[in-house]
Structures are given as structure tokens and as C-alpha cells.
Design a binder for this molecule. Structure first.
Ligand SMILES: *[C@@H]1O[C@H](CO)[C@@H](O)[C@H](O)[C@H]1NC(C)=O
Ligand SMILES: *[C@@H]1O[C@H](CO)[C@@H](O)[C@H](O)[C@H]1NC(C)=O
Ligand SMILES: *[C@@H]1O[C@H](CO)[C@@H](O)[C@H](O)[C@H]1NC(C)=O
Ligand SMILES: *[C@@H]1O[C@H](CO)[C@@H](O)[C@H](O)[C@H]1NC(C)=O
Ligand SMILES: *[C@@H]1O[C@H](CO)[C@@H](O)[C@H](O)[C@H]1NC(C)=O
Ligand SMILES: *[C@@H]1O[C@H](CO)[C@@H](O)[C@H](O)[C@H]1NC(C)=O
Ligand SMILES: *[C@@H]1O[C@H](CO)[C@@H](O)[C@H](O)[C@H]1NC(C)=O
Ligand SMILES: *[C@@H]1O[C@H](CO)[C@@H](O)[C@H](O)[C@H]1NC(C)=O
Length: 559
């Protein structure tokens, strides 16, 4: 307890570095101190698909290649969702300046190809202090490496002097000859090799002010993969030792990580598993979990819909489909689909019988399979309005209507034809819809008469939707038919008056289908004047008064 108290006093709050790097546009770059790593996120729109980072210290700038990253404690992950590249640096990464295990300073260069030229942006002197004190043992299961660090005072037998460890310290010198490392696989102990040889094989050993750090990329020949309660696990077990006269110093360094890729279940949960007993003789599981590098305590996570359970000696973390911090993406594969991506961050705190703590952190990217994401079209036509109303609904937020084909004729959206209307309807559940209105008499609408004085209006709609940002196309078809049964010709009421005949026509909704002519001339007020008829027309009825000896004819024509 005393140990915790000391560190607790020295505890500093995590610093948020302000991105104020010259030449990088605002909002493109984010730098954050997390509890156990420093993070840089840069928009892919700025970096392009292949950004290059360099880690910088007083000895030079080191290109962070895949192999170098895994050995040196860097992890570069391109996240097409939400469209950025993320560099995470362990506090014990190779080029990081470490002050008493409390203040860590990071220097990077970002190389971006702009207009065919490589431009270097320095991201310098970002300092972080871990917000949580170091536990006696810490294990990190990064996406590309495993790292274990132990408090060196705990592992030092009493009486050993600091000097005895110092030969491990200089990462680049060759004075580490007296330290040997012995790897242990599942069933055999490999012969010892010296530390410099181990480094050549991709391992990292580091002695800081108070901690001994060991790092291994995944898939090393000396590590081993097993299944524990049905969960795939990768383990690396190194024992380092040094003979100093008659004393042998020996430290056991084990990192074991669940390699589970997650399982999506029908109820909408993404489940990730890790064996309960990854490390022998540890107990008292405390779990903090979250997405995107943010951790919350188990009860808080459960309030947010997570389910943390144990089954078969396995810890199961079930993330709800709509958990905050998850990413959703639409995809076209013949049909329209969607999938979810979760950047899981999990911390397990375990204690042994002497209440010495081990913290295990796992960073994993989990993705659901493609899930159907059906959109629908609904016929909302009201005959009395004389127009089609068709609603296209459940369109995901990253999908847009680009065009409609109406009976084969293409109209791009936004529409330039004033007789057609498309309105976008946005819903709070992150879907939207489009309401399309097409008047029955629009030239694009097909009309079909049947023998029974009925008229069919036909509209075949082919919606062209684009999935952003790739602009993949998806088509949705819908045919609507409106049947107008009573389309008989308009009937005039003819009444004989003293001066002649008066024709009266009460307007009906479908009279516009008919043309009224005098002989073969279309009836207009001018034509009526010419013939000397009196015509009055309002929204209700048409009245035509014809003095005797004149006649009007109503002729039936198909529009
Ligand atoms: C970054 O750019 C500098 C200057 O053009 C170049 O010397 C260096 O090799 C580049 N580093 C990487 C990792 O591409
Ligand atoms: C480590 O061992 C190799 C042979 O296994 C030897 O050649 C090399 O000199 C040793 N390095 C040091 C620093 O002792
Ligand atoms: C428990 O593990 C065993 C062996 O891996 C497996 O056969 C069994 O189905 C598991 N039970 C449950 C409930 O997951
Ligand atoms: C999916 O997982 C959750 C959480 O473990 C569970 O409650 C639910 O029953 C599972 N559903 C199916 C269909 O397996
Ligand atoms: C989204 O909300 C709209 C309007 O409330 C509803 O019609 C639609 O079915 C909802 N879609 C989904 C996928 O929940
Ligand atoms: C919809 O339009 C697209 C693009 O013009 C075309 O490839 C597709 O065949 C059309 N679908 C139907 C059913 O006409
Ligand atoms: C669409 O709606 C109209 C008007 O309610 C109706 O006459 C028609 O039968 C509906 N169905 C289709 C497939 O067009
Ligand atoms: C009479 O008025 C109606 C409705 O205002 C209109 O649709 C129709 O074309 C008019 N008829 C003539 C012959 O002007």
C-alpha cells in the first residue's frame, strides 16, 4: 500500500497535447495522451493511403516500418472508418524520452506525399504523464506486439545494487554481454542466447528508472500458440538472467494474449473472449472496457449495454451493436449491406496472493460480417392528388440518392425538372428517406387504357444510390401503378333557353384527359369568342351559351 501511496502523490493528470504543428491544416491532426500510450491520428484525406512516420530521438530519425514498429513499441493502424491513420506509441517505445517513468516525451515526423513531393511535418515534443500509476506488472496486447513491463525493485532480490542492472540499460551498446535470455515454449526450454542476439531476432529489452521492459512481435519462432478453453492464445515466455559473481539474477517475463477475432451473434452483440486463467495464480478480476482507447469500469459499461460474463473459465465481453464509439459502414455486394467496426480496449486487473497487481491491456479491432441492410420503397400515392408519391426509406446515412430512372428516362439528383419533386426526409435513427412526387399527366408516366374505361398510370422507378465515400452504386427498383376507373368522357348538360342552348359541364378530376373541341379546334375562350359563344369557366364548371343556329360538339380524343 505504501508503494501505491508514493506513486499516487506523483500522479499527474494526462496532458492533452494541442495540435499546433506548422503546415498541417486545422482539424486534420489529433494527438492524445492515453493511460498507457500516446496517440496521433491524422486524416487519410491529408496523408493519402500510405503515410510514413519516423520516430525521432537525439541519435536520429528512424522510419517506422512494420517490423521496426513491432520491435520498438509502435503500432500504426489505418482506419478507413472514420478515415484516419492512427499511430500509437507505447510509453516504453524506443525513441521516447523517459523521465523517472513519469514524464514521457515523444518526437515524430510525418511524411506525406503532396503533388508528387515528399513533405516532412515534424510533430515534436509532445509530453505525456500516465494518468494511472504503474502496476508492478503490466502486459499490453497491442495489435502488432506484446509488451510486458515489471517493476524492477520487485524483481530485484534484496541486496542487489542498481549497478547490477545497468548493463541492460543502453539499448544500442554492446555492453550487455553478461545478460542472457532463455525462451520457453509450451513444452521445451530453448538454449540461452545473449541479449544482443535476442535483439537481432526482433525482441526488445529495456531498463528504465524503475522498470524492466520486454517486447515481442507476434508470430516469433520462440512464442507459441495454444487454445485455452477454446480461445486462441499467443504466449511469449522469456527468462532473463545474469551471473554476478555468486549471485544469479533471474527475471521471468511472460506475455500471453487472447487472439480471439470476435464473434457476432444474431442478437446484435459482438463478443470477444479471453481465458480467465491466462496467467497462473492470479485472481480478483477487475475489468475496464471501452472503445477507441477509452476505458470505463465494468458497471458503467454495463449501464451502456455491454455484457461482461464468465463461461467455461472464459471472460466474455459482449459489445452492443450500437455502442458509442463503434463505426458503421454500408457496402454493396449485389445487395446493400452494412458492417460495424469496434476498436476494443480492455483492461483486466488481477492480483496474486500477495496482492501484487498485474494489469493486462488488449487492443483489438473487431468487425462484424456483412449484415443485410434492406431499404424499402412504399407507394404512398393518393389518387385524388393526381400524382404518384413514392417513399424510399431506411436509407443509411452514408448512402445518397444520385439519380432516378423513371420509365427508363434518367433524372439526376438534385432534379432540374420542376414538375418532379424529390424531398429528403431525415430520421433521428440515422436513416433517411426520399419522397418522390410525379404528376400522373407528366410525359414520363406511361398510360394504358383498358376496355372498361379504366386508365392505368405506370411508373417504373430505378433508384441509383451511391455508397460514400467509395461511390459504389446500388440500384433499387419499384413499379407503381395507379388505376383510375372512371375516365368516361365528360358529359355536357344541354338546356334549351329562349335564346339558344346552354351547355354546362361540371368538372371532374379526370376531365383533363379529354379535349373539348369545336369542329376540330380546341375550345378556348378566344375560339368561343370567334364563334360568338359566351363561355364562362371556373374551378367548378364550364358554361357555354350558344345562340340558336350555332352548335358545339364535344369530341372524344385520346391524350
Ligand atoms: C521522410 O522524408 C525525408 C525527407 O524527404 C526522407 O529523408 C525520409 O527517408 C522519409 N522517411 C520515410 C519514413 O519515408
Ligand atoms: C552473443 O553471442 C554471439 C554468439 O552466439 C556472439 O557472436 C556475440 O559476440 C555475443 N554478443 C555479445 C555482446 O556478447
Ligand atoms: C466449454 O468448453 C468446451 C471445450 O472447449 C466446449 O466443448 C463446450 O462447448 C464449452 N461450453 C460452452 C457453454 O461454451
Ligand atoms: C447474443 O449474445 C448475448 C450476450 O451474450 C446473449 O444475451 C444473446 O442471447 C445472444 N444471442 C444469440 C442469438 O445467441
Ligand atoms: C427509422 O425511423 C423511421 C421513422 O421513425 C422508421 O420509419 C424506420 O423504420 C426506422 N428505421 C430503422 C432501421 O429503425
Ligand atoms: C437500373 O439502372 C441501372 C443503371 O442504368 C441498370 O444497370 C440496371 O439494369 C437498371 N435495373 C433495371 C431493373 O432496369
Ligand atoms: C399504389 O397506390 C395506389 C393508390 O393508393 C393504388 O391504386 C395502387 O394499387 C397501389 N399499388 C401499386 C403497386 O402501385
Ligand atoms: C376550365 O377551367 C378548368 C379548371 O380551372 C381548366 O382545367 C380547363 O382547362 C378550363 N377549360 C377551358 C376550355 O378553358
Amino acid at each position: 500500500m505504501a508503494f501505491w501511496f508514493c506513486i499516487g502523490v506523483a500522479l499527474l493528470l494526462s496532458l492533452w497535447s494541442r495540435a499546433e504543428t506548422a503546415g498541417i491544416p486545422d482539424g486534420v491532426l489529433r494527438m492524445e495522451c492515453h493511460d498507457r500510450y500516446f496517440m496521433i491520428a491524422v486524416d487519410l484525406s491529408f496523408t493519402g493511403d500510405e503515410p510514413h512516420f519516423e520516430a525521432v530521438d537525439e541519435t536520429g530519425a528512424y522510419a517506422i516500418t512494420q517490423q521496426y514498429a513491432a520491435q520498438c513499441g509502435y503500432s500504426i493502424n489505418v482506419h478507413p472508418l472514420p478515415g484516419h491513420v492512427e499511430l500509437r506509441a507505447s510509453y516504453f517505445s524506443c525513441q521516447t524520452q523517459n523521465k523517472d517513468d513519469e514524464m514521457f516525451t515523444f518526437n515524430f515526423n510525418l511524411n506525406v506525399t503532396q503533388e508528387g513531393k515528399e513533405v516532412t511535418y515534424p510533430l515534436q515534443d509532445k509530453t505525456c504523464s500516465p494518468s494511472v500509476p504503474w502496476s508492478p506488472r503490466e502486459v499490453t496486447c497491442e495489435t502488432n506486439y506484446m509488451e510486458v513491463s515489471v517493476r524492477s525493485e520487485v524483481t530485484c532480490p534484496s541486496g542487489t545494487k542498481k549497478d547490477d542492472w545497468n548493463s541492460l540499460k543502453p539499448a544500442h551498446s554492446s555492453t550487455t554481454s553478461d545478460w542472457q535470455v532463455m525462451f520457453q515454449t509450451d513444452d521445451e526450454q530453448l538454449p540461452p542466447i545473449n541479449i544482443s542476439d535476442a535483439r537481432k531476432q526482433g525482441y526488445a529489452f529495456l531498463l528504465t528508472e524503475g522498470r524492466l521492459v520486454f517486447r515481442a512481435p507476434y508470430g516469433q519462432p520462440e512464442s507459441f500458440s495454444t487454445e485455452v478453453n477454446g480461445v486462441p492464445v499467443e504466449t511469449v515466455h522469456a527468462t532473463i538472467f545474469s551471473r554476478q559473481s555468486w549471485v544469479v539474477l533471474m527475471v521471468d517475463l511472460v506475455a500471453a494474449c487472447s487472439m480471439d477475432e470476435g464473434l457476432y451473434n444474431e442478437s446484435g452483440y459482438m463478443m470477444w473472449e479471453t481465458p480467465e486463467m491466462l496467467y497462473p495464480n492470479l485472481d480478483g478480476q477487475q475489468i475496464n472496457v471501452g472503445l477507441q482507447g477509452e476505458l470505463v469500469a465494468q458497471p458503467v459499461a454495463e449501464e451502456r449495454g455491454y455484457i461482461v460474463g464468465k463461461q467455461n473459465n472464459t471472460i466474455q465481453i459482449c459489445i452492443p451493436e450500437n455502442a458509442e464509439g463503434r463505426y458503421r459502414k454500408s457496402a454493396v455486394e449485389d445487395d446493400l449491406y452494412e458492417f460495424y467496426v469496434y476498436h476494443l480496449y480492455l483492461e483486466q486487473i488481477l492480483v496474486d496472493e500477495d496482492r501484487v497487481e498485474t494489469r493486462i491491456r488488449s487492443l483489438r479491432t473487431l468487425a462484424t460480417p456483412l449484415l443485410p441492410s434492406p431499404i424499402f420503397a412504399e407507394n404512398q400515392t393518393v389518387l385524388e392528388e393526381h400524382m404518384f408519391t413514392v417513399y424510399l426509406g431506411d436509407v443509411p446515412e452514408d448512402v445518397q440518392l444520385a439519380a432516378v430512372h423513371l420509365n427508363g428516362q434518367e433524372f439526376t439528383v438534385p432534379l432540374s425538372v420542376s414538375s418532379l419533386i424529390i424531398t429528403k426526409v431525415v430520421h433521428p435513427n440515422n436513416t433517411h428517406g426520399y419522397k418522390l412526387k410525379v404528376p400522373f399527366e407528366d410525359p414520363v408516366v406511361l398510360q394504358q387504357f383498358s376496355k372498361t374505361d379504366a386508365l392505368h398510370y405506370i411508373l417504373n422507378i430505378n433508384y441509383t444510390l451511391t455508397v460514400l465515400p467509395e461511390k459504389d452504386l446500388y440500384y433499387h427498383m419499384e413499379s407503381v401503378v395507379a388505376l383510375v376507373t372512371d375516365v368516361s368522357p365528360p358529359q355536357f348538360d344541354a338546356v334549351c333557353t329562349e335564346s339558344g342552348i346552354s351547355f354546362k359541364l361540371d368538372h371532374r378530376p379526370f376531365d383533363y384527359l379529354w379535349e373539348i373541341t369545336i369542329d376540330s379546334d380546341l375550345l378556348t375562350s378566344e375560339l368561343a369568342d370567334q364563334h360568338g359563344y359566351t363561355m364562362s369557366n371556373d374551378s367548378n364548371s364550364l358554361l357555354l351559351e350558344v345562340r340558336s343556329s350555332l352548335t358545339a360538339t364535344s369530341t372524344r380524343t385520346y391524350p
